[in-house]
Design a protein around this ligand. Structure first.
Ligand code: HSE
Length: 309
């Protein structure tokens, strides 16, 4: 194979209570990466479109090339790879933009050389890309982008990742207000220690959310979508967060929270109709504050990356 084009999806990390350990993939938006074999060894970024010139072209700094390099080094391969990256999602949006590029890249190079590794085995290399982008190799965007569906990171050391069956009629409504928050900054403002009572509340919610997903118990999912640790700090970075969240819940969402490190806000609903109504109400709230936003409505994406050509 000389060339391959891959789509990798956006993801909602944390899913309220599961900071750094829970995430799910959606169908849109996402990034497209084309990889071409070249005869001489080495990785080159030939083109990046849709980033407004903001992403690094240096192969040691770009999340896609860093992921590919980690993969090739691991397999001790000295292939020549040209990268063409098409950003089809906003940067700094809390939708796993850097993860989508890293996943598309590492999934693509694995296809190019005959698929020696499984998607799960590709995860550490995609995490290297995430490390380059935000200084920490969290996996709650890369894992769902790579594996599809809802994913739990049970442990980072050793890496232990579990895909969770989510109900088929669960729909996400995502609104992305056009302000940018760098994940690095949103991580730096978090408290470094917790009250035990908050940790107990959060453990209960994480366990409840996962049990709710597995048992398709929507009331339990709804009761568990509460974050008493990260949201109270980060929501201050998002103008109108409280109003948008109330609007989503009043419109029938099961739960609502910050997508990843923000500023996108996501809700989960039990049907596509409710998800549409919820998205409209969330958007209307931002409009009242004169904040323009993108809106995405999607079921949980069970597949992860797609081979386009
Ligand atoms: N879990 C990470 C964070 C996700 O919230 O910082 C970043 O998209």
């Amino acid at each position: 194979m000389r060339s391959v084009k891959i789509f990798a999806p956006a993801t909602v990390a944390n899913v309220t209570c599961g900071f750094d350990i829970l995430g799910f993939a959606v169908h849109q938006p996402g990034d497209e990466v084309t990889l071409k074999r070249k005869d001489s060894p080495g990785i080159i970024i030939q083109e990046i479109k849709g980033d407004g010139g903001l992403l690094p072209r240096d192969i040691n700094k770009n999340t896609a090339s860093v992921a590919i390099k980690a993969y090739l080094d691991h397999l001790k391969l000295d292939c020549g790879i040209e990268i063409f990256l098409e950003k089809k999602m906003p940067l700094g949006s809390g939708l796993g933009s850097s993860a989508a590029s890293a996943v598309a890249a590492v999934f693509g190079v694995n296809e190019l050389i005959g698929r020696p590794l499984s998607p799960m085995e590709l995860l550490p290399f995609a995490m290297q890309g995430e490390f380059e982008a935000c200084g920490e190799a969290h996996a709650d965007n890369v894992a769902p982008a790579l594996l599809g569906g809802f994913v739990l990171i049970r442990s980072y050391n050793p890496l232990d990742v579990v895909k969770i069956d989510a109900p088929k009629d669960l729909f996400a409504s995502i609104v992305h207000p056009q302000i940018e928050i760098a994940t690095k900054d949103a991580r730096s403002i978090l408290k470094k220690s917790l009250l035990l009572k908050d940790a107990v509340t959060q453990w209960g919610n994480v366990a409840g959310l996962i049990t709710g997903l597995i048992k398709e118990d929507y009331d339990l999912i709804s009761r568990s979508m509460e974050d008493v640790i990260v949201e109270p700090v980060r929501s201050m970075l998002i103008p109108g967060f409280d109003q948008v969240k109330s609007a989503a819940l009043n419109a029938g969402a099961l739960g609502c929270g910050i997508s990843g490190s923000g500023p996108s806000i996501f809700s989960l609903s039990r049907s596509s109709e409710t998800a549409t109504k919820v998205a409209n109400e969330m958007e209307a709230c931002f409009k009242q504050l004169d904040i323009i936003c993108d809106v995405f409505i999607s079921p949980v994406n069970q597949e992860g990356p797609l081979i386009i050509s």
